[in-house]
Design a protein around this ligand. Structure first.
Ligand SMILES: Cc1cc2nc3c(=O)[nH]c(=O)nc-3n(C[C@H](O)[C@H](O)[C@H](O)COP(=O)(O)OP(=O)(O)OC[C@H]3O[C@@H](n4cnc5c(N)ncnc54)[C@H](O)[C@@H]3O)c2cc1C
Length: 378
């Protein structure tokens, strides 16, 4: 997306991707373009992103199965209900329309929900897209405008000298070569800590994989995304009828192989949570599960903006579980910053400077955060 936006602003761009475009996070997500419940600091950027999503298929010239049927946050406890009220207040302060519903109104509107549900909030502007279509479609759009995308090429090291960056690359056939560039964007997802470290910067990023399950196609019953507000379970029905199911806990990633997998106990946990919210959904067959590798930082906000140490270096990574939604606006902001030296989009809260204290202390990300992230954090 950054390459596409940079081409629109007339910059020459080369994307180095050691795997395939969309092979890690961007091609495998749940597909939710959720506004409600986003952190207040993120809402202005998220709203800009949603406007871009609303025009995405026209801009790409192809379908990415963008559907705007809204998003329902569900409360299963008083604490959850208080979160819905707080989130609605924040959202309304940013001009969003969020409807709060009590128990009876929730169960009357979405009759497949069970007695465990206490309250809900509905945001009509929230949407979904199919990430399996989005990632290659965006790559095609960038290529059509002249961006070069080299898959199977890893950036293994980089230095910055008087004239810019020297990039040491390794192709899939183990051939090494060097490229010079005046600007470098660290968009390495869960692995952005390494490029940052080459330039004496710290991004305390942690790689983890959320689990996703999908059923056989089933009769149409739900339009919006249904999402317990603590993130323990969420589900949506695709146009074809399949039910996509996500939720905690997340899985660890093997840093050596860069692989993660969904264990069978995790599948059973998520299915039992699903049935506790929507009892009749236990009657259908799962056809597959999948996961992907996402980068998280402790405040669950992306790292987006210029380097604090190196002119010409920019970071756009660690999207902490909601980078599909934020992606278009994040890319536009970064492209403007690179091409024009400024952006009107609100990215100040996402600067790498917020990790300076951790860098000075030389601390690694708190173990409690990692446990919390793997078990329960949304
Ligand atoms: C299972 C799952 C469900 C999700 N659900 C949602 C959702 O519903 N809504 C939402 O908004 N977000 C969701 N997300 C998060 C979202 O997908 C990500 O935030 C977003 O895709 C991140 O994009 P990215 O480009 O930063 O990272 P990625 O898409 O991971 O891309 C980074 C790329 O960098 C490459 N790379 C890394 N290091 C190097 C190197 N040294 N040299 C060359 N290439 C390198 C990697 O191979 C990778 O392909 C989900 C994520 C997952 C995994």
């Amino acid at each position: 997306m950054i390459a596409w936006q940079l081409r629109l602003l007339g910059r020459r761009v080369l994307v180095l991707e050691r795997g395939q475009v969309g092979g890690e996070s961007s091609g495998v997500s749940f597909g939710s373009l959720r506004l409600q419940g986003q952190h207040e600091a993120e809402l202005p950027l998220a709203l800009s992103a949603q406007a871009l999503w609303e025009g995405m298929e026209a801009a790409l010239g192809e379908s990415v199965e963008f559907v705007q049927h809204g998003h329902v946050h569900l409360a299963l406890s008083d604490e959850h209900a208080a979160r819905l009220e707080h989130n609605a207040e924040v959202a309304r302060a940013h001009g969003m329309q969020v409807t709060l519903l009590g128990r009876a109104a929730t169960l009357a509107r979405w009759t497949f929900l069970g007695e465990a549900v206490r309250a809900s909030s509905f945001s009509a502007r929230d949407a979904v897209a199919n990430p399996r279509l989005v990632a290659p479609a965006v790559a095609r759009a960038a290529r059509r405008l002249g961006a070069k995308i080299r898959e199977g090429v890893e950036l293994v090291a980089s230095t910055h000298g008087g004239s810019g960056f020297t990039l040491h690359c390794r192709a899939a056939d183990a051939r090494d070569f060097v490229i010079e560039a005046d600007v470098l964007v660290n968009a390495a997802g869960a692995w952005c800590g390494a490029p940052a470290a080459w330039f004496n910067e710290t991004i305390p990023v942690f790689a983890a994989g959320p689990a996703e399950l999908v059923t056989e196609p089933i009769p149409r019953f739900a339009e919006p995304v249904m999402h317990v507000v603590d993130g323990s379970v969420l589900f949506r029905q695709t146009a074809r009828g399949n039910l996509v199911i996500g939720g905690h806990p997340r899985m660890k990633v093997d840093a050596e192989t860069r692989r993660t997998r969904v264990p069978s106990d995790k599948i059973l946990t998520n299915l039992s949570r699903l049935v506790s919210v929507a009892p009749h959904l236990g009657d259908y067959h799962l056809i597959r599960s999948w996961t992907g590798i996402e980068g998280y930082v402790e405040d669950m906000r992306p790292v987006l903006g210029p380097s604090a140490t190196t002119p010409g270096l920019f970071h756009a990574c660690a999207f902490s579980g909601h980078g599909l939604q934020l992606g278009p606006a994040a890319a536009q902001a970064l492209a403007e910053l690179i091409a024009h030296g400024a952006t009107s989009l609100p990215i100040a809260p996402f600067g790498i400077g917020r990790f300076a204290a951790a860098a000075q202390a030389g601390t690694r990300m708190a173990e409690e955060f990692q446990d919390d992230l793997l078990q329960a954090r949304s």
